[in-house]
Design a protein around this ligand. Sequence first.
Ligand code: ADP
Ligand code: MG
Length: 601
Amino acid sequence: MENKIAVLSREVANRIAAGEVVERPASILKELLENAIDAGADELCVDLEQGGCKSIRVVDNGRGIAAGEIGLAFHRHATSKMQSVDDIFHIVTYGFRGEALPSIASVARIEMTTRSRGSLSGCRIVLDGGEIESQQDIGCPEGTAVKVTHIFDHVPARKKFLKSVAAEQGACMEVLVRIALNRPDIRLVVTSNGREVLRVPHTAELSERLALILGEDTAGNMMPIAGRRGDVRLSGFISRPDYSRANTKGYYFFINGRFVRDGLISHAVMTGYRRVIPEKRCPVLVFFLETPPEDVDVNVHPAKTEVRFRNPRDIYDCVVEAIVAKLAAVPGGERGLYGKQPEQMETSYHRRVEEALKRYTLVMGGNRPTYGDREERRQGSSLLNLWCDSVVRQGEETIPDNPSADSPRFSILDYLGQVGATYLIFSGGDKLVVMDQHAAHERILFEKIRSAAQKRTDFQQALLVPEVLSLSPAEYEQFIQSRDILAEAGIDIEPFGGNSLVLKAVPGPLANLSPKQFLPDLIDEVLAGGKTVSSAALKEKLFAVMACKGAVKANHILAADEVKSLCAAMDATPFNATCPHGRPIYLIYHQTDLEKLFKRT
Ligand code: ADP
Ligand code: MG
């Protein structure tokens, strides 16, 4: 075949751009909402059908588009937000690339009705698969209404990659939550399949809507934070030291009003919280960084969720300092609830900052990643992943090899005592046995819950006082969708009006536990479960979460008779060499091992 160079047709170019901007229904929703906000709207109505997979409608009261310009809005690189190349360094609007509308139009059917302020009549345009189908003048209110349907009908490959309706709905709700957190001045009403799922009125302060958006339980554990370093200012809310979640879903970072996912900031957050929350747990944070627009490059990613900083060190230090100062002011925060003394923290801090900045330059610096170049992008993100992993891994002890398979009989060992209120020490003939009390109890509970669920005996226990939980709208939707799996895992949960649920029964082995102790993590697991392939796998995860929460903690003094029953239960438990996360439960040192350690051999 002759390889002739030819300029791509408009249609193909738009379709390619769409591949990057329009990944899933939630990304369409995001672009439509950002356009509305850029148009100065302070009232937004959103209707979703089937989690946005069937249709997405956004109505705003913004300044609208003049009838003569409506066709232009669907041209690639047509924007009202930038005139010259210098503007790219002072971007204050969400949009500026002029790509969203033509991209959406190329992969779906889009109807737009709009009337600009002061015009006598409005205008309606319909495009399908990128082609204008009709355009006419029409009477309508000021502002713009956009409806997108037949999403990915022309791109079957994309359609195949859509996740479950629940997962797509969750992603759409997440987009809405970000806007609601970012802009308390905007009124937002959202319906899903005709049912109202979110309504947030205009408020002056974020604090007034935090509970509506994040759910009362989370909001009740947040405290305000503020900080400043050089040109960087920080404000917002962070969670109390005694509250944590299993993953980083509660990270809401906004840079100059733009939601971003940023590894450098996440790292700074972990550094700030390191002393006070347990390893591998994550706080919830809603914070806003303000920096002169010329100090952030937002033109790094088509969906603009990644940015590049000119002064990463200021950003990093600002975040850590503000968090550390706030947490230190919490009673008991000075020494930290977990982990290290402040002095120890000081020395490791500088090393960690250096490391984080080095990685940052590795990922973002030098050559800017050019989007469109998939190879480079993949590399960029895998580096980021590596980095995020290493954040978690830092400080984690190396895991010793699996202990020998022939498990001792624990109830016949002599109990010698407890070390650090965490490890139980036994002797048995020529062996010294060290057991991790939390890991042991975790495995015991896990097996109990699992077999109860299988045999349906002692499977469920009704709570004397049913527990009401208020969730965020996004969490609520996904939780309701997962009701069946939860029921199989022994959890009976029912809608309770608004975004509240009532918990009526829990698995028998957990009956003595307060639901507050395990529900937040269960929610995290269910929410993450949108991606899990099988319900069986999700169920196992739920068992593991419940077992972990129900198990006796490290740093807890055990009475001798408690140790005795733990040992008896260990003897009756299968798979008792490792905890459900795969960590060893006990270590055995034979006399010969001790002799080696004492250099007798
Ligand atoms: P960008 O937002 O990057 O400028 P878009 O393709 O998203 O590009 O939109 C193109 C143009 O259409 C915008 O610059 C704006 O002038 C106009 N526009 C789009 N949506 C709206 C809206 N809801 N209200 C007013 N104008 C809009
Ligand atoms: Mg736009």
